[in-house]
Write a protein that binds this ligand. Structure first.
Ligand code: PHE
Length: 354
């Protein structure tokens, strides 16, 4: 009786195993036939009540059937697994391709490239200078001596540099330091260029600048500036106004007027602030220009003769104009951006719009 029961379970189990299609089904079969609550387990438990003779007969049979079912399930599992693996390796040549994401230029780089292209088309050369600048080029050479209050306008980040890096000083107390700084404007490039070149010339010098600012919607500690310098025998403020109007008209792709207001910079004499007519209302007055019809752009002026002298030019031989303005400011007007911090904030929702 018991023997027949065991053999029936075996037949039924092997049949079921053969039909199973998935690992899950096999797991269920294992529980059904070999689990703690299975009929087979009940039989195994009841063996202890049998006579010794029956025990000798049924015991080994039950064990061998148990082993056989277990092995069959394992075999079936292997086969199903290998089928699944094969399925995974199949290549569906009709599946749509994965889109590769392309990067793009930062809005400030786009604007800088546009500015450079316009100036190169007007015969300007592009000059460059270091972002970590010496006190001499950032201030003294630009007629801003130590302790002059004008230095406050360009408050920046100061660094210390060893004056003689090659000197193998052992006594650290004796090491001499000089002050270097993150340049607060691109004007130092004026002197660096003039020390190596003779007039006449026209250059632009775009680049990164830094200031010790409390940041807000229109102030950032790191920003881009754009210097222009034109020097010759008879360059005057009229040339500046003409070139500025040409440039801004090309940049905004419409006629732009430039307005000069008197100002002060130690390295220009006379100095001006310059405005362009509002690109939103064209000069009538609107909310973007607070009803004035003008947008403030930057500083400019005729190069101070002291700056020529520092650069090694004879006094009163040449005349030139210089200007400087923030590239962010231009990008903000062009793309109608209301917070300068967005440029370096790292928010992709902003950057992806360009
Ligand atoms: N360097 C000045 C600034 O950053 C701008 C400027 C440049 C003014 C050239 C006059 C001439 O404020």
């Amino acid at each position: 009786m018991l023997e027949q029961k065991i053999l029936n379970i075996k037949t039924q189990a092997l049949e079921d195993i053969e039909k199973a299609q998935s690992e899950k089904e096999l797991l269920d079969l294992r529980v059904k036939y070999l689990g703690r609550k299975s009929e087979f387990n009940k039989i195994l438990k009841s063996l202890k009540n049998l006579s010794l003779e029956e025990k000798k007969k049924i015991g080994p049979l039950a064990n061998s059937v148990k082993k056989e079912i277990d092995e069959e399930i394992k075999k079936a599992e292997k086969i199903i697994k290998s089928k699944v693996d094969l399925e995974k390796e199949k290549i569906d040549i009709t599946a749509p391709g994965k889109k590769i994401k392309r990067g793009h230029l930062h809005p400030l780089t786009i604007v800088q490239n546009e500015i450079e292209n316009i100036f190169v088309s007007m015969g300007f050369e592009i000059a460059d200078g270091p972002e970590v600048e010496t006190e001499f080029y950032a201030f003294d050479a630009l007629n801003i001596p130590k302790d002059h209050p004008a230095r406050d306008a360009w408050d920046t980040f100061w660094l210390k540099a060893q004056t003689n890096a090659d000197d193998t000083q052992t006594n650290t107390d004796k090491i001499q330091y000089k002050s270097v700084l993150l340049r607060p404007h691109t004007s130092p490039v004026q002197v660096r260029y003039m020390q190596k070149n003779q007039p006449p010339f026209r250059i632009i010098a775009p680049g990164k600048c830094f200031r010790h600012e409390a940041t807000d919607a229109s102030h950032e500690h790191t920003f881009y500036q754009f210097e222009a310098l034109v020097v010759g025998d008879d360059i005057n403020a009229g040339h500046f106004k003409y070139i500025a109007e040409e440039f801004f008209s090309k940049f905004f792709k419409k006629k732009i007027k430039v307005r000069l207001r008197p100002s002060f910079f130690p390295f220009t004499e006379p100095s001006f602030e310059f405005d362009i007519n509002c690109t939103v209302c064209g000069g009538k007055g609107c909310s973007a220009c607070q009803g004035t019809g003008w947008s403030e752009i930057g500083g400019a002026g005729m190069v101070n003769q002291k700056v020529f002298e520092v650069s090694g030019y004879p006094k009163n031989k040449y005349q030139g104009f210089a200007w400087g303005f923030g590239i962010e400011r231009l990008a903000m007007i062009k793309y109608k951006i209301d917070d300068v911090r967005l440029f370096h904030g790292g928010d992709l929702r902003f950057i992806k719009q360009f």
